[in-house]
Design a protein around this ligand. Structure first.
Ligand code: PLP
Length: 428
């Protein structure tokens, strides 16, 4: 059954009644009593950090994603930094990555004193385009490119086979930023054991939360060892190992950080892991309902799912066919907010942030990412959304894009709306 309106209605932004009374956020965590109890137990135990919960969480997580090793970090950003370090990135080196991501993906290259080189994305998935990566690689001396850092945008795995092949041919490592993609499948395998290193985030809007937290999964024991040392000041043993063996001696063997995840957070992670499969299934259900409903909205481009892929749907990001609308993305965004739908935009392409604009000498443009940015709107997507929440989003998007359809331009304009429309055509 379609919840889409058949004729234009007065929008909340123009004084009409909003679709919802209260704002529906675009993402939020769900915690239950078992999560609370798991944390309380650790608070009463001997180890608040670097205790038994870390190993337990890492082992169960590794098994869940199908990797031999998993190394926890205090955030996804810290995990990316660890991966950049373990890949050997340093001054004079480069890593090829996507502009269509959260800035942390590229920042980890800068933390190591290396240079991020952007390559444009594919128009269907908005993931790193292997053809563009190949073009960047052939324009450079292979020895300076130490890593390709792909992002599984919105939870749809990147072209891992092609990118892995390119990395191998050029003596680089493939780092997969799967902060959106815990539980996503690529050619029948969960992401985590496919790339050289796969990075996850446990921020509250993600599939599993530890408050803040992150993980690097890898099949390579040497990379895992480096990652473990890096997150613990570069020290070769951990406090609990020393206590258990009655030793005080330790050595610092590389320059690391304190990027450890606490036992409190790991206990929460373990408890959240129990619900991960159900949460993923719910996100897939919501995505399927959105996709079914928006097929009937010609001004909306729905996300593509490539063959052989089962996305994890961290985001459900639609693109507006601006050619069909009388207003820009900014006005559609504001109208949806007025309907109390908590929309968001992912992402301002990284090279367009002032910090990058000022520092990267390249004036190169990335037309696919830049065009997508003008059109993108992320709709609410979290596993605790009710069926009514989902229908509210569908109805609100339908209401807004129907009202702003070019074909109704001038026909239904309310008092005071005209100046609003003129203004919004000029803003993004
Ligand atoms: C693609 C991507 N990479 C990295 C990060 C950083 O993760 P964290 O917030 O856990 O540091 C995020 C966080 O939202 C992200 O979306």
């Amino acid at each position: 059954m379609s919840a889409l309106p058949t004729k234009p209605e007065k929008l909340a932004i123009h004084g009409g009644t909003p679709v919802r009374e209260k704002l529906l956020p675009y993402g939020r965590q769900s915690l239950d009593e078992a999560d609370v109890q798991a944390v309380v137990e650790v608070l009463k135990s001997d180890w608040l950090t670097t205790g038994p919960k870390i190993g337990e969480f890492e082992e169960r997580f590794a098994t869940w994603v199908g990797a031999r090793h998993a190394v926890s970090f205090s955030s996804g950003t810290a995990a990316l930094h660890g991966a950049a370090f373990a890949a050997g990135l340093g001054p004079g080196d480069e890593a090829i990555t996507t502009p269509m991501t959260f800035c942390a993906t590229a920042n980890c290259v800068l933390y190591q004193g290396a240079t991020p080189v952007f390559a444009d994305v594919s128009p269907d998935t908005l993931n790193l385009d292997p053809g563009e990566v190949a073009r960047k690689l052939s324009a450079r001396t292979s020895s300076s490119t130490k890593a390709i850092i792909a992002v599984d945008y919105a939870g749809h795995p990147a072209a891992l086979d092609e990118l892995g092949e390119l990395a191998k041919t050029h003596g680089a490592l493939l780092i997969e930023d799967a902060c959106h993609a815990l539980g996503a499948e690529y050619l029948g395998k969960r992401v985590g054991g496919i790339a050289d290193m796969t990075v996850f985030s446990f921020h509250p809007v993600k599939h599993l939360t530890t408050g803040e937290g992150g993980m690097v999964a890898t099949n390579d024991a040497r990379l895992a060892e480096t990652l473990r040392r890096f997150r613990n000041h570069g020290i070769s043993s951990e406090a609990r190992q020393r206590q258990e063996s009655g030793q005080w001696f330790y050595e610092m063997v590389l320059l690391g950080f304190n990027y450890r995840l606490t036992d409190i957070a790991c206990a929460l992670g373990l408890s959240q892991l129990d619900k991960l499969a159900a949460n993923l299934a719910r996100r897939r259900e919501i995505a399927a309902r959105y996709t079914e409903a928006f097929r009937d909205l010609p001004a909306i481009l729905i996300p593509t799912v490539r063959d052989g892929v089962d996305p994890a749907w961290h985001l459900y990001a639609v693109r507006l066919k601006l050619e069909m609308l009388a207003v820009g993305r900014g006005e559609v965004f504001r109208a949806l907010r007025a309907e109390n739908i908590g929309v968001n935009v992912h992402y301002i392409p990284v090279h367009q942030h002032p910090y990058y604009r000022e520092r990267l000498r390249s004036k190169e443009s990335y037309p696919v990412a830049e065009d997508a940015y003008e059109r993108l709107i992320s709709l609410p997507m979290f596993h605790a959304m009710t069926a009514q929440d989902v229908e509210d989003v569908i109805r609100a998007l339908g209401k807004v894009v129907t009202r702003f359809d070019r074909k109704y331009q001038g026909k239904y304009e309310e008092k005071g709306e005209r100046s609003h429309l003129l203004e919004s055509r000029q803003s993004k």
